[in-house]
Design a protein around this ligand. Structure first.
Ligand code: NAI
Length: 296
């Protein structure tokens, strides 16, 4: 989607941090934006800072885990702006208990928001993007923790973000011939209130939570400006990037992970019947990638 001007975006988790950064960058680029968040009061406060763009944005308070509310939010978006071109499934929370000890409730909550929220976004909003035939983009916020494992207590968080990456890569192929691109955003540290918001929203008590919040908040305070992330997302949408990567400092670590995986493969050619099946699959993927390339 090379020309983003006057295109309409829906952003979840837009009351603060990366979501607000994306919404601000979209408005700056001449887009119209629906900012949505589970925290209505904070969303309204955030909107005060966007007053200069009045008339080009709309607020919807919605919990991404609530399927019927997400469907209503999609209907409201259609009513207000007529069309939707860009969906940013960005709302997310962290995990607070180490993966080996976490109770079911914490697994359910983190996966429910970080993965379930994205599924609900796709189910409710993709039909709107496909309806007008002008093409569009879905941007799913994963994390660098969706490419690299993260130490405790962020194991469940990392698992959820690996899932976001998997959903995004598969959806990109599935939509290759449709004119709707899919990007996965994998940032490193970005300045935000993720640690405090996680603690405030979590339905599950976590041992030692105050120290964890203090430690994570200090790290996040040194993060990238969310508006800068938002501007990179605009570029990623214009180019239909599969991966929107914002932090160059992770390159070597990722290379080591891929080298480790490659080194674990056996050195045989594989069974010829299997090889034929895999070639068939490869051909299908190659045709999808060609369609994506042609789209530019
Ligand atoms: P944030 O906490 O400032 O923003 C997240 C927003 O999502 C909050 O406004 C919160 O109210 C909202 N939210 C939480 N649960 C929700 C729900 N059920 N329904 C609707 N909205 C909900 O944090 P940040 O950092 O801006 O996080 C945004 C995304 O970026 C998350 O998916 C996070 O995992 C991801 N991320 C953040 C990084 C960072 O360093 N800040 C790095 C990599 C990824």
């Amino acid at each position: 989607m090379k020309d983003v001007r006057n295109k309409v975006a829906f952003v979840t988790g837009a009351a603060s941090g990366i979501g607000l950064g994306m919404a601000s960058a979209f408005l700056e680029a001449g887009m119209k934006v629906v900012l949505s968040d589970v925290r209505r009061d904070v969303l309204e406060q955030a909107a005060e800072g966007l007053a200069a763009h009045g008339g080009r944005f709309h607020l919807i308070a919605v919990d991404v885990t609530d399927r019927s509310a997400m469907a209503s939010a999609a209907a409201q978006t259609q009513q207000v702006f007529g069309k939707l071109h860009v969906l940013c499934n960005n709302a997310g929370v962290g995990s607070r208990t180490s993966i080996e000890d976490a109770p079911y409730e914490e697994w359910d909550w983190v996966l429910g928001v970080n993965v379930g929220g994205i599924i609900n976004g796709i189910r409710s909003f993709l039909p709107l993007i496909r309806a007008h035939g002008e093409g569009g983009q879905i941007v799913n916020t994963a994390s660098i923790g969706g490419l690299l494992p993260v130490p405790p207590p962020l194991g469940i968080y990392s698992a959820s973000k690996f899932a976001v990456r998997g959903i995004s890569d598969s959806l990109r192929l599935a939509l290759a011939h449709s004119g709707v691109g899919v990007s996965v955003l994998c940032p490193g540290l970005v300045r935000s209130a993720l640690a405090e918001n996680t603690a405030g929203l979590s339905p599950v008590a976590a041992a030692g939570s105050e120290e964890v919040v203090a430690m994570q908040s200090a790290a996040l305070a040194a993060g990238m400006d969310p508006l800068e992330v938002g501007r990179r997302v605009v570029e990623g949408i214009r180019r239909n990037d599969a991966y929107i990567l914002t932090h160059g400092e992770f390159k070597q670590e990722l290379r080591e992970v891929f080298d480790e995986i490659l080194a674990a493969f056996p050195d045989d050619e594989g069974d010829p019947v299997r090889a034929q099946i895999e070639q068939g699959r490869r051909d299908v993927v190659a045709a999808m990638k060609l369609a994506l390339k042609d789209r530019g």
